[in-house]
Ligand binder design. Structure first.
Ligand code: ZN
Length: 76
């Protein structure tokens, strides 16, 4: 899983790299651009796939329909 550093104060985002490299870049950026302080709006963003939250709604809806069908016509 790679990370990229984003400095919202400078409105810059660097490419994805290893977590260690991104953290080193962040420290270097603090020193070079912000006098050693952390800017207010910064992030180490992950490129990991995120699950669509609607998937939970679909699964719950499907289970509810199966439960209702079982209650109505006794599927199981
Ligand atoms: Zn910055």
């Amino acid at each position: 899983m790679a990370r990229r550093y984003r400095c919202g104060t400078c409105k810059q985002t660097w490419p994805y790299m290893s977590r260690e490299a991104a953290e080193a870049l962040r420290r270097t950026h603090h020193e070079s651009a912000h006098g050693g302080a952390a800017p207010d709006d910064e992030a180490l963003q992950s490129n990991a796939e995120r699950i669509d939250p609607m998937l939970y709604v679909y699964v719950l809806g499907g289970c509810t329909l199966l439960w209702l069908a079982d209650k109505v016509v006794g599927l199981f």
